[in-house]
Design a protein around this ligand. Sequence first.
Ligand code: HEM
Length: 418
Amino acid sequence: MATVLPRLEDLEDKSFDAFAVERMSRGDAEDPYPRLHELMRAGSVHEGSYRKMFTDIPDVQLGHMRQFMVVGYDACIRVLMDPENFRNHEVFKHSLGKSFGRTITVMDAPEHGRYRKVFQKAFLPQIVRQWGESVVDPVVDDLMGKFERRGEADLIEEYTHHFPFQVIYRQLELDAEQAPIFHKLAVAQLLSTIGAPQGAESTAKLGTFFQQLLDMRRANPGTDLVSHLATVEADGERLPDDVLTSFLRQLMNAGGDTTYRGTSVLLTCLLNNPEQLEAVRNDRDLIPQAIDEALRWDGPVTSTFRYTANDAEVDGTVIPAGSMVNVVLGSANRDPRKYENPDRFDIFRAKSVRPIPFASGPHVCIGQHLARVEMTRALNAILDRLPNLRLDPSKPAPAIKGYLLRVPDHLHVLFDPA
Ligand code: HEM
C-alpha cells in the first residue's frame, strides 16, 4: 500500500507575501565593503551592531544586548576557534532558536559535538557527491527546461531561487506539489526576527509536519534522509524528536536560502566579467576556483554571532562578558592583509589563506560540500545549455543587496535558444 505523506498546512493569511517581507527585512545595503574597510583600518574590535550600520529596522530580539563587531581575518578566526569564551547558545536562542528550535547552531559543547557528529555524517563529501546526479541534476533539468527555448530569462526568478529548495524537498522525499508552501514557510519562519506573527506560525506548522513525517518513517523506514535521521543513534541513544524537527526546520532554510544566494552571486560575478565566464565555459576545471572566489568576494552570509561567556580579549581589546559579538565574515574575506586587491573578483587570483564564507571552527557549515556540489551542477548546466549567455542590456543590471544575507533581486540574461 502506498504511504500517504502528511500535509503541510499553509499560513492562515494565504495572501501574506513572506518573500517581500523577508526582502524588506534584509534592507537595501548595496555595498557594505567600503564601511568594512574603514572599520578594519581603525582596528579589529568596535563597539556597536553590524546591523545598525545598514538598517533602521529595530532588532526586536537582540537589541537589548551590548554589542561589539570583530573585523578582519585573523580576529574573526580568533573568535570562531575559541568556543569556550565565544559561545552560541546565549545569542542564537533569541534568533534562530525562536525560528528553528533546539538546533545545533543554538547549542554549545558538549551537547553540540554529540549531536553534530551524527548530522555531519549524513553530509560528508562522499555522500553528497552521489546526490549530484540523483537529486540535483533532475531538479536543474526540470527548471531549465521551462526557459531554455525562450532565449531570455531572469535566472533568479526562474532558476536559482528554486533549485536548492527543491533539492532539499527531494532529499527529504516531500510531496513536490506542496513545494510552494514549503518554500513560503521555510522563509517565513525567519520572520520572528522582525516580530511578524507568521514567523511563529510557520515554526509551529513545520514542527507538526516534521513530527508526523518522523513517526511515519520510523514505523516504515526507507532509504531517505528522514528515515536515516529518525532511526540513527548517538552514543547508543536515538536523537530526541525536538532536536530532529529543529534540524529539519533549519535544513529547509540553511540548505535552501544560502545556496540560492551563493549561486546567484556566482552567476552575477561571471556575467559581470565575461572573459572569466568564457574561461570557465572552456575549462570546467576552473569551476571550483570560480565558486571559491564568488563566495569570498560576496559570500551570502556576511556575519555570524557569538556571546562572550567571560571577558575575552581579541587583538589587545577586551570584550566584556555578557556581550553579543558580530563576527563579520565579509570583512575577513576582503581583508587586504590576506588578499591582494581584495575588492576585485578574480578567479585567477594567487592562492592565499582559505576564505571563510562557511565560517570556521566547531560550527563551520555542515552543508558546505553539498553547497559546492549544487553550485557546480547548476553552473555546468547553464554553461552546457545556454550558449552565448550574456546580461540583457535592455534590463536593469543585477544589484547585489542586503546587509546580512546578500543576493540580487533579478538577473536578466539573453542566450541563443536551444
Ligand atoms: C553557499 C551556501 C552556504 C553558506 C554560505 C553557508 C554558510 C554557513 C555559515 C556561515 C555557517 C556557520 C555559522 C556559525 O558558525 O555561526 C553555517 C552553518 C550551518 N549550515 Fe550552512 N551555508 C551554506 C549551505 C548550507 C547547506 C546546503 C546546508 C545543508 C545541509 C547547510 C547547513 C548548515 C547547518 C546545519 C549549519 C549549523 C552548523 C553548526 O552549528 O554546527 N548550509 N552555514
